[in-house]
Design a protein around this ligand. Structure first.
Ligand code: FAD
Ligand code: DLZ
Ligand code: SF4
Length: 502
């Protein structure tokens, strides 16, 4: 053997660039479960089980394909605990083979890999656009807008295009995606898979090694192989995708997945391929199986948002992680871990996060994210929470969503306005408020929905900055028109709530 290839836990595809063109007879593949990756945040226990089980299944897949895989388990005797030290240990045992690795998805790990001796780092071409091409697109623009990026990507790929025109006559059907769900709709759940022997071993290991981590481990139902992940996606396409567009922003108590795909953890780990997903959905529209708002809504999330946030991550790191344009400094309230609050919306989102390591986009953005924005949580603290609790969380995708989209901590680089909203938004899009002890229609006082006075308190705190933003000026001006007494009441309600919060 004359070549060593390291495959990371989110590079689980035989099409990974590090293996391309290599001869299995002359290559050793190394995969390592290490304490450092399992511990850089205290990951949800379902996420840990998913990553380790998917890694073990992928190692088996590679062996079946003829690769010689050295696989180090977390609890193996001698496991030295970090990526760099495991590479070194391998070389001590088997000789100084040159290392080849696909670039890491995270700045922290990229730095580690760069520091290894005799290493070749190859680009990760699982994405529609490289980080260099994104930077070239972004450089020199006075303002970045996802919509501009997205149209450029539609043209570039031909997805949902008819020549140079968007299929369906417009680029974006977002305004058709704002229906509130009702209980009489038929809900299906994501496809579930029973744990096999490998997964059961991993579950036992996670139980043993991570007793204090957040999150319910069982029932564990995630796909951990490429073929099961594909089956989960095909099931989404045939049972939920047609309604994905209509109900993308809806929330219902107890309905954790609605019409969402629940595939981001498969996609980010490498079990699914973004190009294939988009072309399957493109073809489902062209063959009349789904409406345009479903196809466009789904493709926009992957071709648009997913690629856009990745581009911003690599363009702005490492400084991006420390941005805090609104000067927010409150430590993350304990309720994010305990779910202990009378606010039904927040309690539901935290509870399902604990059970499933999943919440859909609007729950992340408009409930947990919105609340943190309004009460002024330190964005770095919140970032560590999102990175820990979701099975799909890797820094390249989580950080820009948290720092940029949700917290406006980059001052408007990624998003054109802060996603701040009062209880009226949550009431419109969900049935949370019906069972809540707070009154979503009241603005102040002990029974008022906290999102209401917290929203106006946020507007008041940042009024000068918000007046300069065309999309927020109206809200800032409305605040100015409140009577003195009402302003005092709002600020007192907020103060009382915030004093009790920690
Ligand atoms: P669906 O709603 O069915 O969407 C389909 C796919 O589109 C997703 O699987 C995902 O790959 C992609 N997608 C949708 N929205 C986004 C987005 N804003 N950015 C990137 N990709 C998107 N997504 C992650 O994959 N990992 C994260 O760590 C993550 N952290 C987030 C943190 C915050 C504060 C917010 C507001 C959003 C975050 N997202 C993250 C984006 C989004 O919430 C999830 O991708 C989505 O909820 C995953 O569920 P799904 O597969 O059912 O998605
Ligand atoms: C997320 C994760 C975890 C929990 N454990 C491992 C591991 O033990 N070994 C490994 O190679 N990768 C792991 N990963 C994924 C890495 O953290 C991921 O490669 C980086 O976040 C870079 O994207
Ligand atoms: Fe959430 Fe307010 Fe509705 Fe209660 S009333 S569920 S706190 S938005």
């Amino acid at each position: 053997k004359n070549q060593l290839v390291l495959i990371l836990g989110d590079q689980l595809t035989p099409a990974i660039s590090s293996l391309r063109g290599l001869d299995p007879a002359r290559t050793r593949v190394l995969m390592v479960e290490v304490a450092a990756e399992a511990g850089y945040v205290a990951h949800h226990r379902k996420k840990l089980a998913f990553v380790f089980s998917a890694m073990r299944h992928f190692a088996a897949e590679l062996r079946t394909d003829g690769w010689d895989v050295e696989y180090v388990r977390l609890d193996d005797v001698g496991n030295s605990g970090s990526l760099a030290s495991e590479i070194e240990r391998f070389r001590r045992r088997y000789g100084q083979l040159p290392l080849r690795v696909t670039e890491a998805g995270e700045h922290r790990v990229a730095e580690i890999l760069r520091s290894v001796a005799d290493v070749t780092i190859v680009p990760d071409d699982r994405f529609f656009i490289s980080s260099g091409e994104f930077a070239a697109w972004a450089e020199g623009r006075s303002q970045l807008r996802m919509e501009h990026f997205y149209r450029m990507m539609r043209r570039r790929t031909g997805l949902l295009m008819d020549g140079d025109k968007p299929l369906g006559g417009k680029w974006n059907f977002d305004s058709d995606n704002r229906n509130a769900a009702t209980r009489d709709l038929m809900m299906t759940r994501p496809l579930q898979f029973a744990p096999d022997g490998v997964t059961r071993e991993v579950l036992a290991m996670v139980t043993e090694n991570f007793p204090d981590n957040f999150g319910t481990l069982e029932p564990f139902w995630f796909a951990v192989t490429r073929s099961d992940a594909r089956a989960a996606f095909e099931d989404f396409v045939s049972t939920r995708l047609a309604r994905f567009g209509d109900y993308q922003d809806a929330m219902l108590v107890g309905e954790k997945f609605l019409y969402h795909a629940a595939i981001a953890h498969y996609l980010n780990a490498g079990l699914l391929d973004a190009r294939r997903l988009c072309w399957v959905v493109d073809s489902a529209f062209r063959t009349g199986k789904i409406p345009i708002n479903a196809a466009e809504g789904f493709i926009r999330q992957i071709l648009g948002w997913r690629e856009y946030v990745r581009g911003i991550y690599w363009w702005r790191m490492p400084g991006y992680a420390d941005e805090n344009a609104l000067g927010a400094s409150r430590p993350l309230p304990a309720l994010y871990w305990t779910g202990d609050t009378d606010m039904t919306c927040l309690a539901s989102c935290v509870a399902q996060t604990r059970e499933e390591a999943y919440a859909h986009h609007i729950q992340r953005l408009m409930v947990t994210g919105n609340f943190a924005l309004l009460v002024g949580v330190d964005p770095a603290d919140l970032h560590r929470w999102y990175l820990a609790v979701y099975a799909d969380a890797y820094e390249w995708v989580e950080l820009p969503n948290t720092i940029g989209m949700s917290q406006f901590a980059d001052g408007g680089l990624l998003a054109s306005k802060p996603y701040a909203a009062s209880g009226a938004y949550i009431n419109r899009m969900s049935d949370y408020c019906r069972g809540c002890r707070y009154d979503v229609k009241s603005r102040t006082g002990a029974n008022a929905c906290p999102f209401n006075f917290l929203y106006w308190d946020f507007i008041a705190r940042h009024a000068t900055m918000l007046r300069a933003n065309p999309r927020m000026r109206m809200a800032a001006d409305s605040w100015m028109r409140f009577s003195d007494a009402e302003r005092k009441n709002v600020r007192a309600s907020a103060r009382n709530f915030l004093d009790a919060l920690q």
